[in-house]
Design a protein around this ligand. Structure first.
Ligand code: NDP
Length: 322
């Protein structure tokens, strides 16, 4: 029906998002973000995109009447938001509604990495407890550690608050010191790594953080050091991380994100001192539904009242009538 705006969904998306888009808008779905998969006639009808995939500048340019891109997730490094802003296209994301879930998962990943709980469960399930006795004591513990948060934003702060509950002192590094927290601030990531033995990375991806965590940071973290990444895989020099784990420059790593997902380097999978998760930090049904609702609410609000609820910083000053 012509009165309803047409929303394009390229690639996979949460089922709740698809359902709501289909009930509130005209919906076109294509397998991947490739504009040639959309009929020229349909291309001119597309006014919104709902996506959790890469949205490039050429893809944005393929739709003359495009007004808004709703990104499923708080990390929107896969969307060319700078280009969208130049074109006057609004970009929205889903901050806050996932922060507690991601922080909870991060604590789980920290404990699994240090106390080897997945390996301990495998020990029980494979009958080794019965045959061989107790699971070996873990050399590593959370007790006595100092945590460093690289990226003390919404999620980083939720992680810091949890760590306080565990009795763990927290330090951090951002580009800018926060005025609203008392945690010790370090002006460089290297200084932070030097000061702590549990480094948690939760900065956004993109150019400004690309390969920020490399050999120098691992050397500073040290042989008792543990590295956790729940931000983006691109922030880490992955070969340098593998080397640091292999030669025990650091003690262990817990990773939810990787440089080239879903491909995880064989060398990483072979390592006993790495705990690996398939990008699941926000991946519960309730939290993903809340993210989906916020995405669709942004589209509904845009097309009814003309304002996006949660615009990304690059497009914050755009409104529908500008
Ligand atoms: P925020 O924007 O609230 O926080 C980001 C923090 O990182 C800010 O404190 C910012 O401070 C700091 N930062 C940004 N760039 C740099 C830089 N170049 N150097 C140093 N510090 C930097 O974002 P959220 O906490 O909501 O989310 C953070 C990221 O977590 C997302 O962008 C996403 O990539 C990732 N994420 C991963 C998930 C998963 O499933 N594993 C789930 C959800 C999010 P300042 O600007 O002062 O530098």
């Amino acid at each position: 029906d012509e009165a309803r705006p047409t929303i394009l969904i390229p690639g996979r998306i949460n089922a709740h998002v698809r359902q709501r888009v289909q009930s509130e808008f005209n919906c076109i779905s294509i397998e991947t973000a490739d504009a040639s998969l959309v009929q020229p006639h349909d291309r001119r009808r597309v006014r919104g995109i709902a996506a959790m995939t890469e949205i490039s500048a050429p893809f944005i340019d393929a739709f003359d009447r495009l007004e808004i891109i709703g990104n499923f997730g708080v990390g929107y490094d896969a969307v060319d938001a700078a280009h969208a802003a130049r074109r006057g296209v609004m970009v929205t994301y889903t901050p806050d509604v996932l922060s507690d879930e991601v922080a909870d998962t991060t604590i789980g990943l920290v404990l699994n990495t240090l106390r080897r709980l997945p390996q301990a469960e495998a020990w029980l399930r494979s009958g080794r407890w019965l045959k061989e006795g107790a699971f070996p004591l873990t050399p590593l513990t959370l007790r006595g550690r100092t945590a460093g948060i690289f990226g003390l934003g919404r999620i980083g702060l939720a992680i810091a608050r949890r760590l306080e509950g565990f009795g763990i002192p927290v330090h951090y590094h951002n580009r800018t010191q926060r005025a609203d927290v008392a945690y010790p601030y370090h002006a460089t990531l290297r200084d932070l790594a030097e000061a702590v033995d549990l480094l948690i990375c939760v900065v956004p991806g993109g150019e400004s953080t690309e390969k920020a965590v490399g050999a120098e940071v691992f050397a500073a973290l040290g042989e008792n050091g543990v590295f956790i990444n729940v931000g983006r895989g691109t922030t880490v020099d992955e070969p340098a991380l593998i080397k640091a784990l292999e030669d025990e420059t650091i003690a262990a790593a817990g990773l939810d994100v990787f440089a080239d997902e879903p491909r995880v380097p064989r060398a990483l999978m072979a390592l006993d001192n790495a705990c690996l998760l398939p990008h699941v930090a926000s991946a519960s049904v309730p939290t993903r539904n809340a993210m989906g609702d916020l995405l669709v609410d942004n589209l509904v609000s845009w097309f009814s009242g003309g304002a996006a609820l949660t615009p990304v910083s690059e497009t914050r000053s755009l409104n529908r009538n500008s």
